[in-house]
Design a protein. Structure first.
Length: 373
């Protein structure tokens, strides 16, 4: 592994860069395969919203111009959809960038951020970059627990991150639990509800975080176009928050952080109800299929509220990851989250899901064969 430059800031010396899902082209090159499927990055298996793609083709004609740094038209649409003011919205280069804007705006050296032990990786890196301190909240049964999170709040806590549902566990803090948390959380803490998988929600249990915004609580809701609208490659998401918090995020935001094409794509995608509904339906069916098949082959899993599932496997997750790669199926090892016995798998198209199960059964059967010998 390449060593970090000794001239780099000490705060970043211990950061382990995020390990993204392996791109299909890389697996094809490394394993000499042509037919590879990727179920590793919680992407939309249907592709992208056709309306978004059409808008992008048209927007290409103006690519010599800088983007609209204020995202006027996209904000107009979001404003109508969400019932907030444009000044409560911040558009980001993916919601991942917005996580960094939050820590840049709110974390000074030594400030604390409460993060679940198996919460999405991005938060800890963003806090470390700012010389902040992570206060780890344990996640019993891989769930964020309100009491545990509240118990980590001190007078140095500036931010609390709550990915809901969480990646990689797929677990959700339900509405009553979030209400309980919000009743007790002091207003000196900015809470970030990362709702990247919002569109896949079960509304009967999903928290109503917009309600806290109307009560002028210090909250930031993050949403993304990467998942349900299939625009992951464009990198676009948004924050909905109070006007003063939006102002703080805009102070640290690069003026042209989101490009013309992404803005056009996102704006058009919001009109593509048909694509959104098709994505949700496919996900619901994929989830049911995975539950059925996992029960059939006797693998434990964590019930999920997202477009992926965490599966407990009888060999080290990283070994399974490699064996699946050899069969042209990319899944995600999660040992970096302290979960060495699990893999995370995104729901794909029906034929991809089928292929996943034939590959995993083949891998696990060969394991049992070798034990017998
Ligand atoms: C919980 C969570 N938040 C944020 C993101 C980042 O999404 P984006 O593509 O908008 O940066 C992801 C991506 O997988 C995620 O799982």
């Amino acid at each position: 592994m390449i060593k970090i430059s000794p001239l780099a800031r000490p705060a970043i010396a211990d950061i382990i860069p995020y390990e993204p899902g392996k791109p299909i082209s890389e697996v094809q090159r490394e394993y000499g395969l042509t037919d590879v499927i990727k179920l590793a990055s919680n992407e939309n298996p249907l592709g992208a919203s056709p309306l978004a793609l059409k808008a992008v083709r048209e927007a290409l004609d103006d690519i010599n111009r800088y983007p609209d740094g204020g995202g006027y038209y996209l904000k107009q649409k979001l404003t109508q959809m969400l019932g907030v003011l444009p000044t409560q919205l911040v558009i980001g280069n993916g919601s991942a960038e917005l996580v960094e804007l939050v820590t840049e705006a709110f974390i000074s050296e030594g400030d604390e951020a409460v993060i679940g032990r198996q919460a999405f990786f991005k938060y800890r890196i963003a806090v470390q970059i700012m010389n902040g301190v992570v206060a780890w909240a344990e996640m019993p049964d891989l769930n964020h627990d309100p009491d545990e999170m509240l118990s980590k709040v001190t007078d140095k806590t500036k931010v609390m991150f709550l990915p809901n549902p969480n990646n990689p566990t797929g677990t959700l803090m339900k509405r009553e639990q979030v209400d309980y948390l919000m009743e007790r959380l002091p207003d000196s803490v900015v809470i970030v509800f990362d709702e990247a998988y919002y569109d896949f929600r079960d509304s009967s249990i999903y928290p109503d975080t917009m309600k806290y915004l109307h009560d002028e609580r210090n909250i930031i809701i993050l949403r993304t176009f990467s998942k349900s609208y299939g625009l992951a490659g464009f990198r676009i998401g948004y924050a909905v928050t109070t006007e003063p918090i939006a102002r703080a995020l805009n102070c640290v935001r690069e003026a042209f952080n989101v490009n013309n094409l992404a803005l056009a794509a996102a704006e058009a995608a919001l009109d593509d109800e048909e694509f959104l509904q098709a994505s949700i339906k496919l996900n619901t069916e994929g989830k049911a299929y995975f539950y059925r098949e996992l029960d059939r082959i006797g693998l434990e899993y964590v019930p999920t509220e997202a477009n992926f599932i965490l599966i407990k496997v009888p060999i080290p997750g990283r070994e399974l990851f490699v064996k699946m790669l050899e069969r042209g199926v990319v899944v995600r090892p999660v040992d970096g989250y302290g979960l060495p016995d699990y893999v995370r798998v995104s729901f794909g198209l029906p034929e991809e899901n089928k292929r996943f199960f034939s590959a995993i059964e083949e891998v696990l059967d060969s394991k049992y064969e070798s034990v017998k010998v």
